[in-house]
Design a protein around this ligand. Structure first.
Ligand code: SF4
Length: 871
């Protein structure tokens, strides 16, 4: 049995890995034994299929010696010939802190460039900058217990029910125990998170800073903490002058009913124990930093910070976004919360590392970095543990950038992704379960990720890969024997000449032995030498600015960069789905996780759909100034008029034209450099499919020659959804190309109706099948999966297979809702129709929602919509 940490979201749940699979760690203070559906399915994602197992140079196998020498010599050559800023590193919140630390040490201490940026730039850079402006340090003041102790929890731009499910369930459980606790959700979209809300403010996209400016004005009259403001802050007058806004005007600009705004303002003013939890809806904006500060201003004015049950709370998206910030993983930071523009900090770092070339100025932030690759300023780049050609805005231009770069190194644990296609050198890295190190979650809690599997093939830990390249370049200071040695140095640096100047101080962990590091229990920072960990900061009114006062920041709200027009009348919002993670390289390995949302989709209000002439279940083409995608249409009355939503997960590896970031403009916040991923003007139009098809196979199928396809795991192996405008000339040829040709074929063709059905069998066992129709394939997936489970098909099965329907009528469960117990929407709706009135009653009758609980919010919303229909 090994105690480790989930590698997905910033909740940072403890996981126990044992031979039978994984379960939640009952002793971990982030989750107390709970896991969401992604965490619970971790064991299904760690197979060796599609793993990169040996180094590759220009596509051929190479030894580590050769690959390391090539990377070292090319980076050294480019830096010598073109200057250190001609090389760059693009890393990831998936890396462990130890990996991050060694990359930063090499770049910022020895190569002399700060061109190290991370995909966390896309996730929480605005919060980092907002924290720095207000507190003088990048600190989340509170912890998860505050969310349970609060009397009012305000969730802003956060679909926690899907993106941080265990934390959401902690809030839900607290509210169930204490119904007087209030929840306000501020989001243009009615997400599943709203199942818990006493009040949902579906504000106009991008108007968050207006709402919080209005709130600040209201609080000045109703909940002003004069003592705290005078004692511990500066700049309140300027912030209030900039905010000055009546409630009515606030409501008007935000597109909200004045009564709803009054209710929210009153609740906030009267509730001392208030936590404001915010996430990507705030951060991913060209005015994200100001939005963050507009929230922080409200907590400073009321003195509600750093005490139990109150405070602003930035929720990070990735498992180690916070750890990356600790070691200076962003291009405008140095390690251990030191500042790149501060000569004293550069001097400290140079002396501590004995480093010859500490970077003197900030490096290129993510979007700028890829622009520098595009125009040739950066000539060598090393990308680690991330897939930027899917996740960066304007991802088609990012492709051009990598294609233009003379030397591209990619280290990853997978053998194929969109980014690896451009790698001159591909380096195999260990993955979750195979590597040792630490991660820091959203509440500043450092937890161990522990190895419980051997490294496959020749895969190596990222920190070691980088350290070997550093040594091959002739640099000293990279002789780490173990991740523990890296951690000790990182912890010692955090306390080096710190004297409480910098918030991040874990010098209390600098002397851990290897055994103590192995046994390290989850702990929050700061944890100074000789002291215990600090659960909350700023409750004493002391901050990390030069005068130790928190700073109010005057906020003048700005509209999003890209405005909708007649030509592009809809605003595209992007985000995650409940059961998938990032670009599907891991959760995409699980058929169970893939079943909840199989295809890219666009959620659109029925009225907007009517205007765009798109229909539920049909396909739509979304077009922006940057690019286009094709997605399945979902009519969503809960969607704000004029707004559409599409998830971010699909790539060219598993779909055609499904990268939502191909549409997103590379507009960024001027301070944080974080892109505006939630407000892209688009047009939505019907994709006029002349035919559609569905295929299942035991083996992965080839990408078909079609305008639209999506491939993913499913029972019995793989599923392919396909559509096209022009029908292929020869359907049999199409079928063989897609399904393979070995074995016996049975086929049904009806050119007049456009129906074609093919099945491939080996010794009577179904291997693959393809159903083609003009507009809709009616075959039940569940029934087909059952046919694949049979050792051989009898004559009646074969006839039913070609007829496209089972021999006997059977109920179809519909789209999956509960992934743990395989309960579909139709069964839940029928259960509700039969009288089940609560999530618990549905659970008792169907088991749905009774394991990990990730689907409880969705079940709650199904019950609520049923109530609406019958009311
Ligand atoms: Fe992992 Fe889910 Fe916990 Fe996030 S909430 S850390 S995805 S188990």
């Amino acid at each position: 049995m090994t105690r480790t940490t989930c590698p997905y979201c910033g909740v940072g749940c403890g996981v126990v890995a044992e031979s039978g699979g994984v379960k939640g760690d009952a002793e971990h203070p982030a989750n107390f034994g709970k896991l969401c559906v992604k965490g619970a399915a971790l064991a299904e994602t760690i197979g060796l299929e599609d793993r990169l197992l040996a180094p590759r140079i220009e596509g051929r196998a190479a030894s580590w010696r050769e690959a390391t020498a090539l990377v070292a010599s090319e980076f050294a050559r480019v830096a010598a010939e073109h200057g250190p800023d001609a090389v760059a590193f693009y890393v990831s919140g998936q890396l462990l802190t130890e990996d991050y630390y060694v990359v930063n040490k090499l770049a910022k201490g020895f190569l002399g460039t700060a061109n190290v940026d991370t995909n966390s730039r896309l996730c929480m850079a605005s919060s980092v900058a907002g924290h720095k402006r207000a507190f003088g340090a990048d600190v989340v003041p509170g912890n998860y217990e505050d969310l349970e102790e609060a009397d009012l929890v305000v969730l802003v731009g956060s679909n926690a029910a899907w993106c941080h499910p265990v934390l959401y369930q902690r809030i839900a459980a607290a509210k169930a125990n204490r119904p007087s606790m209030r929840i306000v959700v501020i989001d243009p979209r009615r997400t599943d998170t709203c199942a818990l809300a006493d009040l949902h403010l579906a504000l106009r996209p991008g108007s968050d800073a207006v709402l919080f400016n209005g709130l600040l004005t209201h609080l000045a009259a109703k909940a002003f903490d004069a003592d705290f403001v005078a004692r511990a802050t500066s700049g309140s007058d300027e912030a209030l002058a900039a905010a000055s806004l009546t409630l009515e005007k606030t409501a008007e600009i935000c597109g909200l009913a004045p009564g709803s705004v009054t209710l929210f303002f009153d609740w906030f003013a009267k509730t001392t124990k208030t936590v404001t939890l915010y996430s990507q809806g705030i951060n991913q904006s060209t005015s994200g930093v100001d939005k963050v500060n507009s929230i922080l201003n409200c907590h400073l004015l009321t003195g509600r910070i750093g005490r139990p049950g109150m405070g602003p709370f930035s929720l990070t998206g990735q498992p180690n976004a916070m750890g990356g910030r600790e070691v200076g993983g962003l291009a405008n930071q140095l390690a251990a919360h030191m500042e790149i523009e501060n000569p004293a900090h550069r001097d400290k770092l140079a002396r501590f590392w004995n480093a010859p070339r500490v970077a003197q100025r900030p490096g290129l932030k993510a979007v700028d970095l890829f622009e520098a690759l595009h125009d040739g300023r950066v000539k060598a780049v090393w990308i680690m543990a991330t897939n930027p050609l899917v996740s960066l805005p304007d991802s088609n231009r990012a492709r051009e950038a990598l294609a233009a770069c003379p030397f591209v190194v990619v280290s990853d644990c997978v053998s194929n992704n969109d980014t690896l296609r451009y790698a001159d050198v591909a380096l195999p890295a260990t993955g979750w379960g195979e590597k040792d190190g630490t991660v820091t979650n959203s509440e500043r809690r450092i937890s161990r990720q522990r190895r419980f599997l051997p490294a496959p093939g020749e895969a190596r830990d990222d920190w070691r890969i980088v350290a070997d390249v550093a040594k091959a370049m002739g640099f000293r200071g990279f002789d780490f024997a173990h991740a523990a040695a890296v951690f000790r140095e990182h912890a010692a640096l955090s306390g080096f000449e710190n004297d409480s100047e910098r918030a991040f101080d874990i010098s209390g962990l600098a002397d851990l032995t290897d055994a103590e590091y192995d046994a390290l229990m989850p702990t929050q920072w700061p944890i100074k030498r000789g002291q215990t960990a600090q659960a909350r900061l700023f409750g004493d009114g002391a901050f990390f600015t030069p005068d130790r006062r928190a700073r109010f920041v005057p906020v003048t709200p700005r509209p999003p960069k890209g405005a909708t027009t007649c030509e592009r009348p809809l605003t595209l919002n992007t985000g995650r789905v409940r059961d998938h993670w990032h670009t599907l390289t891991r959760t995409g390995r699980s058929a169970r996780l893939s079943a909840h949302v199989f295809e890219p989709y666009v959620e659109i209000h029925p009225e907007d759909a009517r205007r765009a002439q798109v229909a539920e279940g049909g396909l739509a083409r979304l077009t922006s100034a940057q690019g286009e995608m094709i997605a399945r249409v979902r009519l969503a009355p809960q969607q704000r008029r004029g707004c559409v939503f599409a998830p971010m997960h699909w790539s060219d590896e598993n779909a055609a034209k499904a990268r939502v970031n191909a549409l997103v403009a590379p507009n960024v916040d001027p301070i944080s450099g974080q892109p505006e991923s939630k407000q892209t003007p688009v047009t939505v139009a019907a994709f006029a499919a002349g035919w559609v098809a569905l295929a299942f196979s035991r083996e992965r199928m080839a990408a078909p020659p079609a305008d639209y396809w999506v491939s993913g795991r499913a029972r019995p192996g793989w599923r392919l959804e396909i559509a096209g405008v022009e029908a292929p000339q020869d359907w049999e040829n199409f079928a063989r190309r897609t399904l393979g040709s070995e074995g016996d074929w049975i086929a049904y063709r009806d050119p007049a109706s456009g129906a074609h059905r093919f099945a491939r069998l080996i010794e009577g066992r179904l291997e693959a099948c393809l159903y083609v129709a003009r507009d809709h394939v009616a075959a039940s997936h569940q029934w087909l999966a059952d046919l694949f489970a049979k050792p051989a098909l009898d004559t009646a099965d074969r006839m039913a297979l070609l007829a496209g329907r089972p021999r006997e009528a059977r109920a179809d469960d519909g789209p999956l809702v509960c992934t743990c117990f395989g309960v579909g929407r139709n069964r839940i709706v029928a259960t509700v129709a039969a009288g089940a009135a609560t999530v618990e009653e549905v659970g008792a009758l169907t088991s749905a929602g009774t394991n990990c609980g990730s689907c409880k919010a969705e079940i709650g919303n199904l019950i609520a919509s049923r109530r609406l229909v019958t009311a």
